[in-house]
Design a protein around this ligand. Structure first.
Ligand code: SAM
Length: 198
């Protein structure tokens, strides 16, 4: 199965704005679980049109920053339109595995409903570890595999919570926590591996 079959195409961007989504994936619940606060520097991998990146920017303002990384320039163009004047959001057109952001610069690397779209999750983890400051956290929100109903990608495209946890454990990430989020999702968080791991 190729990446292009799984990738959420920008022509469907409007689906990310479905008002129902606010009910089944409440932004506040996620932001609270992440402990986001003023001054934090965050990368949102696969930020799309900013469902999380924009409220995150409001939470870390004025001194913090959100780097909104996405492969599809059309998504970033839409995100730019939605960004309030002066909001601390930087658009980065790049792949999750090669963000070009500075080493050790991030307090949090976040991704929502993107993990299952990635071809090389190991490369994305290596890049995330590189971006994080010592003690920095990774947070992955994605679709549960035990609820097979719309909305969401087909079951065979999903990457379950257990697989994510196992992959993180295998690569030396620590303090791994995992919980349900919203109606169909999970949130896995972990702390950056020490020197030698990724
Ligand atoms: C389902 S959308 C989710 C967008 C946003 N996180 C949200 O929750 O509304 C997935 C996004 O991930 C992006 N994406 C997929 N693979 C990527 C990769 N390898 N690197 C960067 N972005 C990627 C897609 O372009 C798309 O905008």
């Amino acid at each position: 199965m190729s990446h292009h079959e799984r990738m959420f195409h920008h022509e469907h961007a409007h689906k990310l704005d479905d008002p129902e989504r606010r009910v089944w994936l409440p932004v506040d619940e996620v932001l609270e679980a992440l402990g986001l606060g003023p001054g934090m520097v965050v990368t949102d991998i696969g930020a799309g049109t900013g469902y999380f990146a924009l409220p995150m920017a409001a939470a870390v303002a004025p001194l913090g920053r959100v780097y909104a990384v996405d492969l599809q320039p059309e998504m970033l163009a839409e995100l730019r339109k939605r960004t309030a004047e002066g909001a601390p959001v930087e658009l980065v057109e790049a792949d999750a595995a090669r963000t070009t952001l500075a080493t050790g610069s991030q307090d949090l690397v976040f991704s929502a409903n993107v993990w299952h779209e990635l071809d090389d999750r190991n490369a994305a983890l290596t890049e995330s570890a590189r971006l994080l400051r010592p003690g920095g956290k990774l947070a992955i929100v994605d679709w549960r595999t035990d609820v097979d109903q719309p909305p969401g990608p087909p079951l065979e495209h999903r990457v379950g919570e257990r697989l994510v946890v196992e992959q993180l454990l295998g690569r030396g990430w620590t303090d791994i926590e995992s919980a349900g989020v919203g109606r169909y999702g999970y949130l896995v968080t972990a702390r950056r591996p020490g020197p030698g791991g990724s």
